[in-house]
Design a protein around this ligand. Structure first.
Ligand SMILES: [Zn+2]
Ligand SMILES: [Zn+2]
Length: 279
């Protein structure tokens, strides 16, 4: 299993990779741009190359580039859909500099158009994307806040089928699926069977490892640190160790400091005795 966390690229890609090494991360995730829109630091070729070589030297791999939250591929406004399409294609063009890095995005909110129309629009956008040969595009499982698509596994399976892009996959977020109503605490195996039926486990490429501040089925999407939420550490331990999941990269998106992430990564690796806070 590869354990890691979301990192900031505010100080550049090279710095981000150095941070990953320092906290013992074997993988990590970063935003392609400013998550809520607006300007962000541009990608410099040398900086990207420095990151990739630090990763290679330190056995870090299967990183994830996360699309900005602001993009809504299922918007009722055609201009917003077009904006999402262009932003995603430009991310994918830049990701050609980083072979093997996944590109993960949120399917978006249908904003009253209905799930079916929303899913068709996301599928249409996916059909139009042109990722590099070494980039796999992933849709993330969502909590189902408001008119958010992707809270039901069937919706993700349907979007991928409609898009006709068998090479694209899914990122499963433990907080989001719990908030969406999938009981990974008491019936993880059944949830994975549901996922397999609706999407196919071979399409599951990345796990987001988060506890949740909210109860099962709350549709809230509030992440908690491992052991500080309602999923709790025993259930997340079973996710880490599950034979069908443990070969996927597992990435924390918890409200942690870097020291906190280092500790949660040690816990994910099963080195709880080395944890300072006794996770
Ligand atoms: Zn996400
Ligand atoms: Zn996530």
């Amino acid at each position: 299993m590869r354990a890691g966390c979301h990192l900031s690229r505010a100080d550049g890609f090279e710095k981000m990779a150095q941070t990953a090494v320092k906290i013992g991360a074997e993988t990590f995730q970063f935003f392609s741009g400013n998550p809520r829109g607006g300007r962000s630091r541009p990608w410099q070729r040398e900086d990207v190359d420095a990151m990739m070589s630090i990763c290679r030297e330190n056995g870090i791999g299967q990183m994830v580039c996360h699309a900005p939250y602001i993009l809504n591929p299922a918007s009722d406004d055609p201009e917003k859909r077009q904006y999402a399409r262009e932003a995603m294609q430009s991310d994918l063009d830049r990701l050609r500099q980083m072979p093997g890095v996944f590109y993960n995005f949120h399917p978006g909110c249908h904003r009253g158009q209905g799930n079916e129309t929303g899913m068709e629009q996301v599928a249409e956008l996916l059909r139009s994307l042109n990722p590099g040969e070494d980039t796999v595009v992933l849709l993330e499982t969502m909590a189902g806040k408001g008119s958010e698509l992707g809270a039901a596994f069937e919706e993700l399976g349907r979007i991928l089928d409609l898009a006709g892009r068998p090479e694209m996959g899914v990122c499963l977020d433990t907080c989001h699926v719990w908030d969406a109503g999938y009981d990974i605490v008491h019936s993880l195996d059944r949830v994975l069977e549901d996922f397999d039926r609706a999407v196919g486990l071979s399409r599951l490429r990345v796990i987001h490892m988060n506890d949740s501040m909210s109860p099962l089925g709350s549709h809230r999407d509030r992440h908690a640190r491992i052991g500080e939420g309602m999923i709790d550490r025993e259930a997340l331990r079973r996710v880490c160790d599950h034979p069908l999941l443990r070969d996927r990269p597992m990435i924390l998106e918890t409200p942690s400091t870097l020291e906190g992430y280092a500790e949660e990564i040690r816990w994910m690796k099963g080195k709880a005795d080395e944890c300072i806070l006794g996770l």
